[in-house]
Design a protein around this ligand. Structure first.
Ligand code: SAM
Length: 301
C-alpha cells in the first residue's frame, strides 16, 4: 500500500497533448453542442486540469461565451495552465479562465454553482472507487453533463510484438490498480466504474474509444511512455526487472528507427444526468436565467 501523491510532470503533459488532441472522441462534443439551448455565459469546471490541455482543446469547439474554472492540486501545473490559455470559442466569443487549487475529491456542489459543464481528462484512473462515487454524486447534483475523456482501459498493443509485452502490460495494469492509503486506485477499471456509478444515479453514459495511435512521428512521446510503462511494471513486479534490460534496449532501438507502433486504448465518456431542478445561479454568471439547467441547457445561441 502506498501513501504517495503522484505528481504529473509538465513536460509529460506537453508531450502527450498533441496525441490526446488527435485521440479525443469528437462526436461526443457534437452530442454536447446539439443539446437544446440556454442563455448566458457557460461556466465549465475542468477537474484535474494539469497544464490546461482540455480547455485548450475543447473551448474552441464550443460556441458562445465561456468561463473555465481549472482545478488541480498541483500549483505548478495550475501556473502553466494559467500561462497558456485557450483560444476563442467556435463562434469567436470570449473565453475566460480562472485557476483554483483544489482537491477534486473534496468538492461540494456549492463549489460548482453556476456550472454548465464538467470536464476531466486523463484523471479517473488516479481515483479510488469511493472518490469516483463522490464525483458521480457531485456531477449528478449539479444536473450538468460531464465529459470525461482519455481514461485508460488497460489495453496496449505494440507492433511488432514481443514475448514480454503481455507480462509487462499485466504488471503495469496491476500497478495502476495498486492499493493506497486512500483505497485501491481504479486504473483501467475507471470506465466501467463510471458506467456503474453514474448509471446507479440515473444518468445516461455515452462511451467512445479514444486510442492513442503512435508511431515514427511520435518517437519522443513513445520513448517516455515506454519508459514509464516498464518502470511502473517493475515497481509492481520487481522480479520483472531482471528481464527488462534487453527488452528495453530492443524496444528503444525500434523506436529510434521508426519501427515500433503503439496503440494505447482509452475511453471517452459523456455523462448526461437525469433532468432535475436547476440549482441557483452564480452571481457572476450574468445573462444566465438559471444555472445548471437540466442538462439540456448547455448550449446558447
Ligand atoms: C494525467 S494528469 C491530466 C491533466 C490534464 N487533465 C490533461 O489531460 O492533460 C492528471 C491531473 O489530475 C490531477 N489530480 C489528480 N488527482 C487530483 C485530486 N484529487 N485533486 C486535484 N487534482 C488532482 C493531477 O495533479 C494531474 O494534474
Amino acid at each position: 500500500m502506498t501513501a504517495e501523491i503522484v505528481r504529473v510532470s509538465e513536460r509529460w503533459l506537453a508531450l502527450r497533448e498533441p496525441a490526446d488532441a488527435a485521440a479525443r472522441a469528437r462526436d461526443l462534443v457534437e452530442e454536447l453542442v446539439q443539446r437544446p439551448l440556454a442563455r448566458g455565459r457557460r461556466v465549465i469546471h475542468d477537474l484535474g486540469c494539469g497544464s490546461g490541455a482540455m480547455a485548450r482543446w475543447l473551448a474552441p469547439r464550443l460556441p458562445g461565451r465561456q468561463h473555465w474554472v481549472l482545478h488541480d492540486r498541483d500549483p505548478d501545473l495550475l501556473a502553466a495552465a494559467g500561462a497558456e490559455l485557450p483560444g476563442a470559442a467556435a463562434d469567436g466569443a470570449a473565453v475566460t479562465v480562472e485557476t483554483k487549487r483544489s482537491d477534486i475529491s473534496r468538492l461540494h456542489p456549492d463549489d460548482l454553482v453556476g456550472v454548465r459543464l464538467i470536464t476531466a481528462s486523463a484523471l479517473l484512473d488516479m481515483l479510488t472507487e469511493d472518490e469516483l462515487a463522490g464525483l458521480a454524486s457531485l456531477c449528478v447534483a449539479t444536473g450538468c453533463p460531464a465529459l470525461l475523456t482519455l481514461s485508460v482501459v488497460g489495453r496496449v498493443e505494440l507492433t511488432p510484438g514481443d514475448p514480454l509485452d503481455g507480462r509487462v502490460a499485466a504488471a503495469f495494469n496491476a500497478h495502476q490498480r495498486r492499493g493506497t492509503d486512500r483505497g485501491r486506485l481504479l486504473g483501467p477499471d475507471a470506465p466501467a466504474a463510471v458506467n456503474e456509478e453514474f448509471g446507479r444515479l440515473g444518468a445516461e453514459v455515452l462511451e467512445r474509444p479514444s486510442p492513442w495511435r503512435l508511431g515514427a512521428s511520435n518517437a519522443e512521446l513513445v520513448t517516455e511512455w515506454f519508459a514509464g510503462w516498464v518502470s511502473a511494471a517493475c515497481e509492481q513486479e520487481p522480479e520483472l526487472a531482471g528481464h527488462t534490460d534487453a527488452y528495453t534496449r530492443r524496444r528503444l532501438a525500434e523506436i529510434m528507427t521508426g519501427q515500433l507502433a503503439v496503440t494505447v486504448d482509452h475511453a471517452d465518456l459523456l455523462v448526461l444526468p437525469p433532468n432535475r431542478r436547476p440549482r441557483e445561479s452564480h452571481p457572476a454568471d450574468s445573462g444566465t436565467s438559471s444555472v445548471c439547467a437540466p442538462l439540456a441547457a448547455f448550449v446558447t445561441r
